[in-house]
Design a protein around this ligand. Structure first.
Ligand code: UDP
Ligand code: MG
Length: 316
């Protein structure tokens, strides 16, 4: 099998037939052997019966139906597990992604040696205020944090080398950062292709404005995990020690000042009357807490199942 096309869908009954027809039409002039894996993420409309009848007509269709809605990441994860093609393409079901882009993306992976090619909806047909502008800001942040120079990290249309999808674990809402997951797994040849984008034809978007809040928090988590996931003490221990020391120095200073004043018999304010004392107290406590958090983090990391899972590229 040369190509697996993984489509996650949730309540997209109107689009599915057109989608499959479009994929078949777009790939017909090319000699690919391919499968289409439709992952129904617990749709409540008639999506599954449409899939059933499509599967009878198109032998290349395979489908997985969740019992309930788990989210796009879960759907992609299961699609990736099932994918048998040498190259795996993901796309949305809502006819916003254009399957005619697929052959060129496949060519980029095969001939230019990319591990992953991400679509870039340069000209977008979505709501400007709620999507396009926040998305620009969001992508700029993501570029800074991840160091991956993609304009459109969360484009649904992407192509991967099979090993990439088998070596990453998409969960929660991490589908927005698959390129980052890939990079962290050692697949750093990440390319971009400008793709045509269409307005949503049927139904409405399944993600509201909170996508940006969740996306941002997820970005922080994934950054933290990649940087300190295996050595939490390096972060917490460092900051904890620093804050503790600041507190300790202030406290010692206050005591010394008092002793000196006492020795000289000059008037002095009681230590507990001084704002600095409370600052020192807070700093010492906070520092100790952060330090302990680091230890706890180490205990958790030490028990992580994947603590010694490495992505080995070659052996002689
Ligand atoms: N989707 C999904 N599970 C969900 C929500 C969405 O599989 O819980 C699918 C949806 O059917 C579509 C794709 O993910 O195929 C992208 O969703 P949508 O078009 O709503 O997102 P947008 O284009 O607005 O970013
Ligand atoms: Mg869409």
């Amino acid at each position: 099998m040369e190509l697996s096309i993984v489509v996650s869908l949730y309540n997209e009954e109107e689009s599915l037939r057109e989608l499959v027809e479009w994929i078949a039409r777009a790939l017909a002039p090319h000699p690919f052997t391919y499968e289409i894996i439709l992952v129904d993420d617990g749709s409540k409309d008639g999506s599954w019966s449409v899939i059933e009848s499509l599967a009878k007509e198109y032998p290349q269709i395979r489908a997985i139906g969740f019992r309930r809605n788990y989210g796009k990441s879960a759907a992609l994860y299961c699609g990736f597990e099932a994918a048998q093609g040498d190259i795996v393409v993901t796309m949305d079901a809502d006819l916003q992604d254009n399957p005619e882009e697929i052959p060129e993306m496949v060519r980029m992976i095969r001939e230019e040696g990319y591990d992953l090619v991400s679509g870039w909806k340069k000209k977008r047909y979505d709501n400007v205020a709620t999507k396009n502008l926040p998305s620009k800001l969001y992508n700029a942040t993501a570029r800074k944090v991840t160091g991956i120079k993609l304009h459109d990290m969360n484009c649904g249309l992407k192509a991967y080398r099979n090993e990439v999808v088998k070596n990453i674990e998409v969960y929660g809402e991490m589908h927005r950062f698959i390129p980052y997951l890939a990079k962290n797994a050692g697949f750093d040849k990440i390319g971009e292709k400008v793709v045509h984008h269409q307005a949503r034809k049927y139904g409405k978007s399944k993600f509201g404005m909170n996508r940006f809040i969740h996306g941002f928090l997820d970005l922080l988590s994934i950054w933290f995990l990649q940087k300190f996931g295996k050595k939490p003490m390096h972060l917490f221990g460092g900051i904890g020690t620093l804050i503790f020391l600041i507190g300790a120095v202030i406290a010692i200073w206050l005591i010394v000042e008092k002793l000196i004043a006492q020795a000289h018999g000059t008037v002095f304010r009681p230590v507990t009357d001084q704002p600095l004392f409370y600052l020192a107290l807070v700093a010492v406590l906070l520092g100790a807490q952060l330090f302990l958090t680091g230890f706890l983090g180490e205990l958790v990391a030490r028990n992580a199942q994947d603590r010694n899972r490495y992505n080995i590229k070659r052996i002689i």
